[in-house]
Design a protein around this ligand. Structure first.
Ligand SMILES: C[S@@+](CC[C@H](N)C(=O)[O-])C[C@H]1O[C@@H](n2cnc3c(N)ncnc32)[C@H](O)[C@@H]1O
Length: 204
């Protein structure tokens, strides 16, 4: 995919951190990440679709550096303004599917961004290309849902969650092994409960 000409999160960025749903999801995903992924002071991490840095904040204190990648300048502006992330997080406002970073990382994390990417096979291949040998992914998103999580007229939403078996096959096809799914958290929105998975996998 190419980078959209408009920033689809421009109107949401200002109050993103005070919204209950992102706050609840990022707390659950952050806890699941710390429980299931070994973080260490030498790790170079990429947060794909980092947004305002809600999940970065859980990981950054425990690793060497986090490359916060997003195509929304407005979301990244919120992240860059956070004093606790200064010096630890490098911001990249670019579509890494079209223009990769010029460096590799040891771990790629992502929360609630994959459903905004139309071509997930291409995205997973891009993740593999950005990982050093033995590198890992830890990716969180909605399990398959009835299409009610976003408003019906939402732009830039390409997947009503993900089927774990299908995503596992896609990860394997992109060159990943040791693929493990867990339920990271659940979130209540508009009288419905949604499951959020965390899948971890290693670049073969
Ligand atoms: C629902 S928000 C989640 C933000 C953050 N991860 C969190 O949990 O609060 C999705 C984010 O993915 C970003 N995004 C969408 N498509 C992307 C792409 N192709 N590359 C990088 N980021 C993308 C959006 O701009 C947005 O900031």
């Amino acid at each position: 995919m190419t980078q959209p000409s408009t920033d689809l999160f421009k109107d949401k960025a200002q109050d993103w951190d005070s919204r209950p749903v992102p706050a609840q999801i990022s707390a659950g995903v952050g806890a699941a990440l710390r429980a299931r992924v070994a973080l260490s002071p030498e790790l170079r991490v990429m947060d794909f679709g980092a947004g305002t840095g809600l999940v970065c904040a859980h990981v950054a204190p425990h690793v060497a550096t986090v490359h916060a990648v997003d195509i929304s300048a407005a979301m990244l502006a919120q992240l860059a303004a956070k004093p606790e992330l200064q010096g630890k997080v490098v911001v990249h406002c670019q579509d890494i599917l079209a223009r990769p970073l010029d460096q590799q990382v040891d771990l790629i994390i992502s929360a609630m961004a994959m459903h905004h990417v139309e071509d997930t096979d291409r995205m997973l291949r891009a993740f593999a290309a950005h990982l050093a040998p033995g590198g890992k992914v830890a990716l969180a998103d909605l399990d398959t849902e009835p299409g009610t999580f976003h408003p019906p007229d939402a732009v830039g939403v390409f997947h009503a969650g993900f089927d774990r078996a299908r995503l596992g096959q896609q990860l394997a096809a992109a060159g990943f092994t040791a693929i493990e799914f867990a339920t990271a958290t659940q979130v209540d929105k508009d009288d419905r409960r949604y499951d959020i998975f965390l899948v971890t996998a290693t670049k073969a």
